[in-house]
Design a protein. Structure first.
Length: 374
């Protein structure tokens, strides 16, 4: 089984042509993936490469999805309203500031279509989730990549300076960042919002925030018209294959996103999401599970001389002290598929946090490949 190149990449680029077509803009050739397809996974391999939640949907969410199948002959718009209402009750934002999508890929894809182009550049961290940059580049936008700080966090002041240096339509912050899991604290993000160019919109991707104790900025959308916050059920809630996400923003920004077309939402995903939101123990329970498995493995690596960047997500980046692509292939040959390296970091690889059993298999394979004590 050959695995795809990166999280959300296929969905992003598949939607790009539709979005560009509906915008009336010319469709340039889409950028080729910046990544190389990871090694082939053998049957029974441990998959620690796509930042998926190893636990899947909660038992209640699974049952709700199964129960919804009989009603999937209908669009169930009212169910979508229930999910929205449950979400806004927790997030503390007005109903007209929230819109549901089949995953957070779609609003991210639309943001590139709407707010980047030849006269409106994009500022991103390097490395970060790449597809927005690929989409913007395909539209002829200048993509300014700002290296992360030495601790793996966004260099927000350098990103603001880059946004001022040339016309910038969009500034993207993934918080916690993918691949590092690093956090941009709320006070630093507040500084960014005050000091960025007035005409630049900020796209804040909070796909991994529930793994962290850091506060969300989602409530800020009720007071600003230049901030778009994305959330997803794909990560902590374990619904990557079910596809449901949220865009929160000023109603005018949501209308712009909706101008590229709308589609009904998948009923099983809505049912599973509602059950997940109604479980007050699910987020803290999974946050604790993830942190325990992550910290145990990072401590193990540190004792053997392998440094990891600080992380508060369900992934971490480790310096393997050799070619990262070759190391990942050797790990796959030993039954553990990990993430990849980046041009800016050829010796660092990303690892998704799995179950405690999966991380034990990771440590065993790592010891064998790296030649260190198990």
């Amino acid at each position: 089984m050959t695995l795809p190149a990166s999280r959300r990449h296929f969905l992003q680029l598949a939607g790009a042509g539709l979005a560009l077509a509906s915008s009336g803009l010319p469709r340039p050739a889409l950028a080729q993936p910046a990544t190389v397809a990871p090694p082939t996974a053998n049957e029974g391999a441990v998959l620690l490469n796509f930042n998926e939640c190893p636990y899947g949907p909660s038992p209640a969410a699974q049952q709700a999805a199964r129960d919804s199948i009989a009603s999937c002959g209908r669009y169930r718009f009212a169910l979508a309203g229930e999910v929205r209402d449950a979400f806004i009750a927790q997030a503390g934002v007005p109903a007209d500031h929230v819109r549901l999508y089949p995953g957070s890929s779609e609003p991210l894809n639309r943001a590139a279509t709407l707010w980047t182009g030849p006269q409106a550049g994009l500022v991103v961290a390097d490395p970060t989730f790449e597809t927005l940059g690929e989409m913007a580049a395909a539209r002829g936008a200048h993509v300014q990549k700002v290296p992360l700080r030495s601790d793996g966090a966004h260099d927000l002041r350098a990103m603001v300076a880059a946004a001022h240096a040339r016309p910038t339509g969009l500034l993207y912050v993934c918080n916690p960042n993918n691949p590092t899991g690093s956090i941009s604290p709320a006070d630093e993000l507040a500084w960014l919002l005050v000091n960025k160019p007035a005409g630049t919109r900020v796209l804040l991707d909070e796909a991994y925030l529930q793994y962290s104790e850091q506060p969300s900025l989602i409530a800020q959308v009720a007071r600003r018209d230049d901030l778009i916050v994305l959330r997803t059920f794909s990560k902590l809630y374990g619904m990557a294959g079910l596809r449901l996400g949220v865009a929160a923003a000023h109603p005018e920004r949501l209308r712009e996103l909706a101008s590229l077309g709308e589609n009904p939402l998948p009923v099983p995903a809505l049912a599973a999401a509602l059950a997940s939101l109604r479980d007050p123990q699910l987020v803290p329970q999974r946050r604790l599970q993830n942190a325990k498995a992550r910290q145990t493995t990072i401590a193990w690596l540190g004792k053997r001389g392998f440094d990891c960047l600080p992380t508060e997500a369900n992934c971490f980046v480790v310096d393997v002290q050799r070619d990262g692509a070759a190391f990942a292939k050797a790990m796959a040959d030993n039954g553990v598929v990990i993430g990849r390296s980046w041009p800016i970091w050829p010796q660092r690889v990303r690892v998704t946090v799995g179950t405690e059993e999966e991380m034990a298999r990771f440590r065993s394979a790592f010891a064998k490949v790296a030649g260190v004590p198990a």
